[in-house]
Design a protein around this ligand. Structure first.
Ligand code: ZN
Length: 456
């Protein structure tokens, strides 16, 4: 688990420098933690002279000012445990932590009476300290209680303290006590859960809604860092139980509009580069399209190809090359008729037939639609179901067949966000494309698909 990997750095150092109980503690910890820390050379030897059951407690300074780490270990082979927790200068906070620890210890030690005294039992409580630039500490307590090799439970609980005041921090304070903002936060959290690739195979999607409902009590278990709020959910709440507790880290940038001022972060906006979408209609073509693909590759340019279904059927391998090169595929009808004049059935066949063959041949869907001659009305829009994409730079390449004129049209009309219309069935277009891309690149344009343009 990611969580475990991040924690134990300063802890081991602290332990290394602690007092005379040291050797015993280290062995007990090694037994219990079962880490693969190769720097610790002692190997546990259970047959060694059985030490008296003994609990050791020691307290060391942490690397965080004002925070001590308390370590409690028991080498009782029936109920070994290793527990670390933070303590501060504030009694309230300390009591809350100790109470939490005590509950787990009580639950664990009660099991001592059961006959099954194999050594696989253990209680391990450790913690990680996260800090926000305001000084607020979040302590993430990670507990694992194992009763046997295949019976264990784990839990993550968070505690917070502001070192100046000794008070905690709540979600209500983070969002300025505004329920509307909690609602918006809840939506961001849910989106994060649904889209997290780590949850892909373990998510119980139907269970996400309830524990993320915008109620204050659903948003207590979190840690705050300079970059994010990290929410913790118990195993089985909305992920498969055996996967352990779920960790959902939401960048503060995404929550910015809902956060109280002191928790907002500066949103780093990428300098908005100029973009242009190159589009090629009426293909694919076994000669020109292939040459155009080469030129696009040379400039690391992505483009959009509005294909005719009839030509995809005729040149499937060219359509495949376009798709494999990562360009966007568009639907330009089957036979290039003026669609507004067609009866519904015919119109549907023109559009759907092309959608079907593009998918069938390339394995990718056509994601945009361009009507032949730009002839479009509500009836056409309703039947296509895809975004209708027109253009603002008409190169007239089909008319002049002249690479110089192609470049001249592009120079005269292209601006940031332009969609340039060309046709990948003309030799002159394939001939002139290199000069067009060289020019646009020199002007600072990057080449994107139409769907990557923000407003098309
Ligand atoms: Zn066309």
């Amino acid at each position: 688990m990611k969580f475990k990997k991040r924690k134990r750095r300063s802890l081991w150092i602290d332990i290394a420098f602690s007092s005379a109980i040291m050797a015993m503690t280290a062995i007990a910890l090694l037994l219990i933690f079962n880490t693969s820390d190769s720097s610790t050379s002692a190997s546990p030897n259970k047959s060694a002279k059985a030490p008296k059951p003994e609990v050791s407690i020691n307290s060391t300074d942490s690397t965080f000012p004002g925070i001590k780490i308390v370590t409690e270990t028991s080498n009782d082979l029936n109920t070994p445990f290793a527990i670390q927790y933070p303590q501060s200068e504030y009694t309230d906070f300390n009591n809350r932590i100790v109470e939490y620890i005590s509950q787990w210890k009580a639950r664990y030690l009660k099991t001592n009476s059961s006959k099954n005294s194999t050594t696989s039992k253990e209680l391990n409580i450790s913690f990680e300290t996260l800090q926000h630039k305001s000084g607020i500490y979040s302590f993430v307590m990670f507990t694992t209680l194992s009763m046997s090799a295949n019976d264990s439970q784990s839990e993550i609980r968070t505690f917070h303290i502001q070192p100046e005041t000794g008070k905690g921090i709540t979600m209500a304070e983070l969002v300025g006590r505004d329920v509307e903002k909690l609602k918006r936060t809840a939506k961001v959290v849910r989106d994060h859960i649904y889209q997290n690739p780590e949850f892909k195979d373990i998510l119980l999607a139907e269970n996400v809604w309830k524990p993320t409902e915008p109620l204050w009590r659903n948003y207590r278990n979190f840690a705050l860092t300079d970059k994010s709020i990290i929410f913790y959910y118990d195993a089985g709440v909305f992920t498969k139980k055996q996967a352990g507790p779920a960790v959902v880290e939401v960048p503060l940038e995404k929550l910015n509009p809902f956060l109280a001022k002191e928790f907002q972060v500066k949103v780093t906006q990428k300098p908005a580069g100029k973009k242009v979408a190159l589009t090629f209609d009426d293909g694919p073509d076994p000669k020109s399209t292939v040459r155009i693909l080469k030129t696009l590759k040379k400039y690391d340019a992505k483009a959009t190809f509005f294909m005719l279904g009839s030509r995809v059927e005729y040149y499937p391998e060219i359509a495949q090359q376009v798709a494999e090169a990562g360009h966007e595929l568009g639907n330009h009808s089957w036979n290039h008729p003026s669609l507004t004049k067609l009866p519904d059935k015919k119109l549907y066949d023109e559009v759907q037939g092309t959608t079907d063959i593009v998918k069938q041949v390339t394995g990718q869907p056509a994601t945009v639609f361009r009507p032949p001659y730009g002839a479009v009305n509500d009836r056409v829009r309703a039947i296509t179901n895809l975004p209708v994409v027109m253009w603002d730079v008409d190169t007239l390449d089909w008319k002049h067949h002249n690479p110089q004129k192609l470049l001249a049209k592009v120079k005269a009309h292209t601006r940031n966000g332009s969609i340039i219309l060309m046709h990948d069935i003309h030799k002159s277009t394939a001939d002139g494309l290199d000069a067009v891309l060289a020019y646009l690149q020199s002007q600072g344009y990057s080449f994107v698909t139409v769907s990557e343009l923000e407003n098309y």
